[in-house]
Design a protein around this ligand. Structure first.
Ligand code: AP5
Ligand code: MG
Ligand code: ZN
Length: 217
């Protein structure tokens, strides 16, 4: 199964992609996580990406597409993948189409998680993340078992640097301008599945699984 997670920053793409990756036994590819790791390791790509991420802007297409193209060539993705946070511009979506076409594969579905803006702000404010394994929590909606510690690897949880309010506003603006055209792009390809992302994490998950299994669009 080859799936894309679409939706505004904070909608729950990462949270759901993780759960779907377990459910369907396929890998999650999060471009945000790839960049954060590169930033931590201060690789040349990380240093370039950080300039944009800190400002809440999208990283330029040519950097992102190259990374995804390399990742999609890896043999562990033969069974499929969940793209979380990619594509985010029409140009990225067209590149992805070309990459998949060249490898003789196709997307199965694009999950569009819809959440109103006020609720998104609430989610950023409470988000805590694990820099070690990438897990994401929320102080109220999805707290870790032990306050401040990752359930999976036990590391200290931190606030993501780009979750600061001014940066969040810019990220939402970038989403509105550059990413929302993808909704029509995938609707016209009959791949779009709209999901009400305002429900609880488990309810949203169940709805996605049902829609994917039922094959409904
Ligand atoms: P990225 O890491 O992808 O950030 P984002 O898209 O802004 O999305 P988030 O990770 O903030 O939100 P999410 O939808 O994953 O929500 P989450 O599950 O964590 O990108 C970061 C940056 O990298 C970008 O700004 C850009 O600079 C760069 N970048 C990455 N990809 C790029 C690309 N393709 N092109 C160019 N640049 C790129 O959930 C959020 C919170 O809500 C959590 O606390 C969670 O516990 C909670 N929550 C989740 N679901 C629910 C629910 N149903 N109810 C209550 N709480 C919930
Ligand atoms: Mg995410
Ligand atoms: Zn962890």
């Amino acid at each position: 199964m080859r799936i894309i997670m679409l939706g505004p920053p904070g909608a729950g793409k990462g949270t759901q992609a993780r759960k779907l990756s377990e459910e369907f036994n396929i890998h999650q590819i999060s471009t945000g996580d790839i960049f954060r790791k590169a930033v931590q390791e201060s690789t040349p790509m990380g240093i370039r990406a950080k300039e944009y991420m800190d400002k809440g802007q999208l990283v330029p297409d040519e950097i992102v597409v190259g990374i995804v193209e390399e990742r999609l060539k890896q043999p562990d993705l033969a069974k499929g993948f969940i793209l979380d946070g990619f594509p985010r511009t029409i140009s990225q979506a067209e590149s992805l189409e070309q990459i998949l076409h060249n490898s003789g594969t196709k997307l199965n579905a694009v999950i569009n998680i819809q959440v109103p803006r006020d609720e998104l702000i609430e989610r950023f404010t409470g988000r805590r993340v694990c820099n070690s394994c990438g897990a994401s929590y929320h102080v109220k909606y999805n707290p870790p078992r032990i306050t401040g510690k990752c359930d999976i690897c036990g590391k200290q949880l931190v606030i993501r640097p780009d979750d600061e309010l001014e940066t969040v506003k810019k990220r939402l603006e970038e989403y509105e301008q550059k990413t929302t055209p993808l909704i029509e792009f995938y609707r016209s390809r009959h791949l779009l599945i709209n999901i009400d992302g305002e429900k609880s994490i488990d309810e949203v998950f169940q709805e996605i699984v049902d829609r994917l299994r039922g094959g409904k669009k």
